[in-house]
Design a protein around this ligand. Structure first.
Ligand code: PHE
Length: 368
């Protein structure tokens, strides 16, 4: 019994002295663990004479309770202490100004696409989309380029392996232009139709002005008596709003696309200022020149038929323009490849604040 009292006094002293939860737990195992001295004392009851046991049992239980209580009390005290330390360490002064963390910007391509959507919404155009993984029927055949058409070879197409062909045997590819959205829109919505279709397109081509992925916006208007005049007015109105100047002069040149007839390539007048092309004025003015900007034309009646519409009732125009090029011309970048490098310094310089939402009232050309 005296031994038990000594052990208890030693244990209580050690518990009181424990300065960490780990040290305290060592004391718990030492006393109350499977092989702890209290557990052993309790086990020894079994071998005792009944009279002796009657005396010893309550004494051992009392020691057990006293030690267990001391451990619990000490644990609570240590935990409280630890919490106080943690709270002191992790205190935040919410009145301090927010840290100057790096902030993201809106990529010029996204900004220009929003500008285009805003401008064309005002002209009554909806935004349409189509898949970037296309089949060769939508990308070529329905656009009047059958298998043997030389334009197919000129498109530097990324094809998927034959094993990925669709069930009806169509070859899968990464769309080479946004024109397949013309077909999908006509098939899905019928006519009349007034849409723009911005998005990614892919061609196996790469230098300072070409990247394997770039962006186009397609325009399509189908109605009963649409003519070339509507096309010219629409492009002029769009480009004046986009470049935010009235002196935009266009030159329409006869051209060829399998999906438009007649086809028209559109040049815009520009001048060189500080080595930079600035759109505006006639290309025939002194100090000015013409630059090719986009492809367009009256939708070929074969395309209207492929899309399931009656070509005797419906006609219209289409155009396609490079979004990255528009962004470069408007905001003055000179290397297309930097658009897709993801360099934070470039993005900080050319990117836009999310607050610069293009609106017709506040202007579609907020500066970064
Ligand atoms: N799809 C053509 C291209 O990528 C552009 C275009 C679109 C031309 C619509 C005419 C009409 O070059």
């Amino acid at each position: 019994m005296t031994e038990l009292t000594t052990q208890k006094d030693n244990a209580l002293a050690a518990i009181a002295a424990a300065s960490t939860l780990d040290a305290l737990d060592e004391q718990r195992v030492d006393a109350l663990g499977k092989k702890g001295w209290i557990s052993l004392a309790l086990k020894s009851l079994g071998q005792m004479h009944p009279d002796e046991r009657q005396q010893a049992a309550p004494a051992i239980q009392a020691v057990r309770a006293e030690v267990a209580d001391a451990i619990e009390a000490k644990r609570a005290a240590l935990e409280e202490e630890a919490l106080a330390v943690q709270l002191a360490k992790e205190r935040l002064d919410l009145t301090l100004p927010a840290p100057d963390a790096p902030r993201g910007t809106v990529h010029p391509v996204s900004q220009v696409m929003d500008e285009l959507a805003e401008i064309f919404a005002d002209l009554g155009f909806a935004v349409a989309t189509g898949p970037e993984i296309e089949d060769d029927w939508h990308n070529f055949t329905a656009l009047n380029m059958d298998e043997s058409h030389p334009a197919r070879a000129m498109h530097d197409t990324f094809y998927f392996p034959e094993s990925d062909n669709t069930q009806d045997g169509h070859r899968m590819l990464l769309r080479t232009h946004t024109s397949p959205v013309q077909i999908r829109s006509m098939k899905e919505q019928g006519a009349p139709i007034r849409i723009i279709a911005p998005g990614r397109v892919y061609r196996s081509d790469s230098d300072a002005t070409h990247t394997p992925m770039f962006h186009q916006v397609e325009g399509l208007v189908i109605d009963r008596d649409i003519h070339l005049g509507h096309l010219k007015w629409t492009l002029e109105t769009f480009l004046k709003a986009f470049f935010e100047r009235d002196d935009i002069v266009l030159r329409l040149r006869p051209s060829y696309f399998p999906f438009t007839e007649p086809s028209v390539e559109v040049d815009v007048g520009y001048a060189k200022e500080n080595g930079r092309r600035v759109v505006g004025g006639s290309g025939d003015d002194p100090g000015h020149d013409w630059m090719e900007l986009l492809g367009s034309g009256m939708v070929n009646r074969r395309v209207i038929e492929f899309a399931g519409l009656d070509a005797d009732q419906w006609q219209g125009f289409a155009f396609g323009v490079g979004v990255d090029r528009l962004a470069m011309l408007k905001y003055g970048m000179d290397d297309l490849r930097a658009f897709f490098d993801g360099d934070v310094r470039w993005l900080q310089h050319y990117g836009f604040s999310p607050f610069d939402q293009p609106t017709l009232s506040a202007g579609v050309g907020a500066r970064p």
